[in-house]
Design a protein around this ligand. Structure first.
Ligand code: PMP
Length: 392
């Protein structure tokens, strides 16, 4: 069969299942009010949790660095793409996180794929939470190791998995810090204890917690009052709370040196543009100096949860900027999302296969840039739609 014929069949099947995804084009910067297909909307689906993506100081750092150092990094880190701005950002992140060393990756997806594959060899075990991000799952799938998934946040099942692994082989336990489609936080203290008692290794992807959780925004580790030594492999991304782009891995000097040598997604890809490193350095400074961003964000979340749960909507348990309104039926969740869109709110419906069948949901993400007024208006719109729900 011709390529296009095969693909048309597959696409038609997706359409038949009502699962075709569509891109929506925005004009202008990421901010609470965006222009989406010519309609002005309040954006409740961005990961720009601290509202730094369009911050004048971050933009200016980016512009100045691009002026001085150009746009493209020109090559991979091990050829001639490694710039002094990369080193500066790595050092600043190491100091902030309290780890010995940090290594920048060009994206979180690449960091996860690269770390998992650099650390595991044939015969080893990779044990992952079932709801981990696709990049972690893909890392496990393409590895040579034995890849197993344990039920979400189920420390008891993980303990059983660890018991059944041969202790002669390395065992790498991998979890998201904050689960991206559920908004909940991994039971990290219990995971740390379990992994330590089995002499296994622990890797945490704190993409959604870093910058947001903890008193100083140091993420899930600070949230639980743990120390960096208890989480030997930490991944953070820069495209979310930092408002920029890229990712990093924090760990011991030895871990980072091993990644430089063995992580294929580090070695064989073009380095992050240096100007992005400069922008991220400014974000890191703002994130530390402007703690009001985290305080305000938390106020918005608390208010939203209180109001919406009183309207009869079912909220998944989450204290993070990722809030989920459970709808259940996939089509109905899309309808509610359209109703919100008609009222000027951009909220995405998350459907299978991203989440299990029957658990379609609205994913609402908050940013420190949202005003309380905007959140009140969203709450009113949800109340209004709840009233209409029967005819929907
Ligand atoms: N980890 C998690 C938990 C994520 O949600 C994402 C992206 N949404 C990534 C990793 C990938 O990060 P990036 O977008 O930088 O590739």
């Amino acid at each position: 069969m011709r390529l296009d014929e095969v693909l048309q069949q597959r696409l038609a099947e997706r359409e038949r299942q009502h699962l075709l995804r569509q891109r929506q084009q925005i004009a202008g910067p990421q901010q609470p009010t965006v222009i989406n297909q010519n309609q002005v909307m309040v954006n409740f689906c961005s990961n720009d949790y601290l509202g730094l993506a369009n911050h004048p100081a971050v933009i200016s750092a980016f512009q100045q660095a691009a002026k001085s150092h150009g746009v493209g990094s020109g090559a991979s880190h091990l050829v001639c793409g490694h710039h002094k701005l990369h080193d500066q950002l790595e050092e600043a992140l190491a100091e902030f996180t309290g780890y010995e060393r940090v290594l920048l990756f060009s994206s979180g997806y690449m960091a996860n794929l690269g770390v998992i594959n650099a650390l595991s060899t044939k015969g080893d075990y990779i044990l992952q939470d079932k709801l981990n991000h696709a990049s972690l799952i893909d890392g496990g799938l393409i590895s040579q190791a034995r890849f197993q998934r344990y039920a979400h946040a189920d420390v008891i099942q993980l303990a059983k998995c660890l018991q059944s692994c041969s202790p002669q082989q390395q065992r790498l336990v991998v979890t998201d810090g904050v689960f991206s489609m559920d908004g909940d936080i991994a039971p990290l203290p219990a995971l740390v204890n379990l992994v330590e008692s089995h002499n296994a290794w622990l890797m945490v992807d704190d993409a959604h917690g870093f910058g947001v959780l903890g008193e100083h925004g140091k993420g899930i580790i600070q949230h639980f009052g743990l120390s960096p030594e208890q989480v030997p492999i930490l991944v953070g991304t820069l495209g979310k709370a930092f408002g920029t782009y890229g990712a990093f891995v924090a760990g011991s000097k030895t871990l980072i040196e091993a990644l430089v040598q063995f992580a294929r997604t580090y070695i064989y890809t073009t380095a992050l543009p240096p100007a992005l490193a400069a922008a991220s350095l400014t974000s890191l400074k703002l994130l530390q100096e402007e703690s009001w961003r985290r305080t305000h964000l938390q106020q918005l979340i608390t208010f939203f949860r209180h109001e919406v749960s009183q309207q009869g909507w079912q909220l998944l348990p989450s204290c993070t900027p990722i809030q989920l309104v459970l709808v259940g039926d996939a089509d109905q969740s899309v309808q509610v999302s359209h109703e919100l869109q008609k009222r000027g709110f951009w909220v995405t419906a998350i459907r299978p296969p991203t989440v299990p069948k029957g658990t379609a949901r609205l994913r609402i993400t908050f940013s420190a840039q949202h005003t309380m007024d905007q959140v009140e208006q969203l709450v009113d719109a949800l109340a209004n739609i709840k009233g209409l729900q029967e005819p929907l």
